[in-house]
Write a protein that binds this ligand. Sequence first.
Ligand code: GDP
Length: 444
Amino acid sequence: SVFEGLSGKLQETMKKFRGQGRVSEKDVKEMMREIKLALLEADVNFKVVKDFINKISERAVGQDVLESLTPGQQVVKIVHEELIELLGREQSKVTFSSKPPTVLLMVGLQGSGKTTTSGKLASLLRKQGKSPLLVACDVYRPAAIKQLQVVGGQLNIPVFTIENNTNPVEIATEAVKFANFKQHDLVIIDTAGRLHIDEKLMDELLNIKKAVNPHEILLVVDSMTGQDAVNVSQSFNEKLGIDGVVLTKLDGDTRGGAALSVKTVTGKPIKFIGVGEKLNEIEPFFPDRMASRILGMGDVLSLIEKAQDAFDEKQALELEKKMRTMQFTLEDFLEQMQQIKKMGSIGDILGMMPGIDSKALKEINQEESEKNMARTEAIIRSMTKKERNDPSIINASRKKRISAGSGTTVQEVNALLKQFEEMRKMMKMMTDMGKRSKKGGLGR
Ligand code: GDP
């Protein structure tokens, strides 16, 4: 499927990195090397790769990343962000003229999928309320005109042609007049393609452009052709000026290089992708979704975001201090539980934890842990603030009141108090150890 090789390699690199608690400049360099190789192998333009790597390296070795609580995750996030940037950042929609009909000129090499895409686009935009007219301007190949008529027939969208006319400029001009007359607010012109770019084709397209003043010129390129797709895009853009690219055949086993290079090399956005031969197999292009798809980590990324929303760094440091000095109370514990809940289910959170594989995850009884958490919360909520801050005052009668209030038993209240005391000791031990190894034994 799309980007399989690239995805696999990047994901492997990311996985190694994601869970790392501490990251050195050397680690980052190693990661950059792996990403670079993966991109080059995916046929991404060399210059694009170089710029991309420079950008992430610069950001990834920044002090705020290396010293953050989750450097591995931060680096993954940076790679994701820069990938989105590479793909064009925002979704670029096709625009419509304020003076209908909107004329879209479809251009591209023969076999790129121009005719199919013209039909797909007409159908897609009709769903958005437009009334499209398809125009067959490939006067050199009768088969091409016939093909567009077949597509139009399948979609029940009219196709404009002029029998025995070999002048594409005339056909295009007449088509726009016809659309005006028939109140079509959208005209999609399918033009002739060649196997290679030549002067004659460019002249013809320029003449059509002059005659009908298209609202947008969309270049259709075959993503299977890799670097060639990028070169073709560059030439068309220089000679004709294009407004956007439709990348076809992304359903095949393309290595993805074209998708990742087109925007940077031409400066023009990918607006749609073709993902199959059927006439509904076209999708608007979303840079963020594509980046997540390439990194194969849509879920993880959203969890990282959620975690960052839930825990800000200052709060985390405050908490660490409390743990270290044994000032961590049941009140803090309750607050922590709320933040964890904000991040999603226990399963979600464990799923993103490094070192927990899916097999181990299955063995953890999610329902049971969530019930436990709910019970713990109920018990703490049944305590007074004073009790939460100093559990040592909780005597037998208080325990009875708490268990009644939370719908639990006195044994369960006892268990929680005992568990909490042990947790506090453990926290102190762990934070002390952490401090020592971090500051080389000096402590704070
Ligand atoms: P044109 O010469 O540029 O008009 O190209 P066509 O529209 O005739 O398409 C050439 C071939 O590519 C046809 O067999 C199409 O079915 C196929 N094709 C077009 N777009 C896609 C796509 O997104 N995915 C796949 N798998 N095939 C496509």
